[in-house]
Design a protein around this ligand. Structure first.
Ligand SMILES: C[S@@+](CC[C@H](N)C(=O)[O-])C[C@H]1O[C@@H](n2cnc3c(N)ncnc32)[C@H](O)[C@@H]1O
Length: 256
């Protein structure tokens, strides 16, 4: 819509920044109040420094991710993931955990002849993401081939083989439990011959052995399955990976 600008918000929730700042201020205030009890004052000072550090770190994260800042890492990841998807005319794509709609809209722009469905559970820690925001962003971008609805990545409300492509970015690592099972649940909804491009933090601690998972997909008949490292400068630099705690970021791609 003319004059409207998309607002994709930020993957670093503002609420988290405020909580860290609150923790720093509160522990500092208690430290000053209880300064006569030396050991307690020292402990509270250490806690204040810890929360102060987290506050600075989260603000720097916010700036690096921001769509309005100089770095625009989120935009780089979204565009890099969307570029993996080519949909046939009349094709359908699912974006799992669509947040503020950025990836669904980027895929929709590149594939104007297809329909993109974004699902998200919304609420919880990402309080600023919601369905109305996704719809406003699609409108602001002049995109008419998206739709958004409430859904759960762990139990998708779609029959097997519903989509020609499935995409997702930085979603499954947020969900506790068997993350390889969540990937299989997403792939269940993909048609035979359909494409997948799933970006996440595929660290061993979160996912277990992903090389084994890649082998398993190949045994199941999936083709061109690859886990592409995105921490080598493709989406982020090795230095950013370290300070932003994004180690293990990769794109799982292939064809069913
Ligand atoms: C870091 S944000 C990424 C949003 C979006 N994919 C993007 O790239 O801008 C993570 C998203 O995952 C969603 N999410 C977390 N658990 C979910 C679940 N079980 N089902 C659906 N969405 C979920 C959150 O609501 C949030 O919108």
């Amino acid at each position: 819509m003319y004059g409207m600008k998309a607002d994709y918000k930020n993957w670093m929730p503002k609420g988290m920044i405020w909580s860290f700042l609150g923790g720093a201020v509160l522990s500092l205030a208690l430290c000053l109040l209880l300064r006569n009890i030396k050991w307690l004052a020292i402990l509270l000072a250490v806690i204040a420094v810890f929360f102060g550090g987290l506050t600075v770190w989260s603000i720097l994260m916010y700036r690096a991710f921001s769509y309005n800042g100089r770095r625009r890492m989120s935009a780089q990841i979204i565009e890099g993931t969307a570029a993996r998807v080519k949909l046939p005319a009349g094709g359908k794509c699912l974006d799992v955990g669509c947040g503020s709609g950025a990836l669904a809209i980027a895929v929709a722009k590149r594939n104007p002849q297809a329909q993109i469905v974004g699902i998200d559970r919304w609420g919880a820690e990402y309080a600023s993401f919601n369905r109305a925001l996704c719809e406003r962003n699609a409108q602001a971008e002049g995109v008419g081939n998206t739709s958004f609805r409430q859904g759960d990545a762990t139990h998708l409300d779609f029959p097997d083989g519903s989509f020609d492509a499935v995409v997702s970015n930085y979603v499954y690592h947020n969900i506790p439990g068997d993350r390889q099972a969540y990937l299989l649940e997403t792939l269940r909804t993909l048609k035979q011959g359909g494409t997948f491009a799933l970006h996440d933090i595929f660290s061993k601690a979160r996912y277990g052995d992903m090389q084994e998972f890649v082998r398993k997909l190949k045994e199941m008949g999936y083709q061109k399955v690859e886990l592409i490292d995105t921490t080598d400068g493709a989406f982020m630099t090795p230095f950013e990976v370290r300070w932003m705690a994004l180690s293990g970021s990769a794109l799982l791609v292939g064809i069913k």
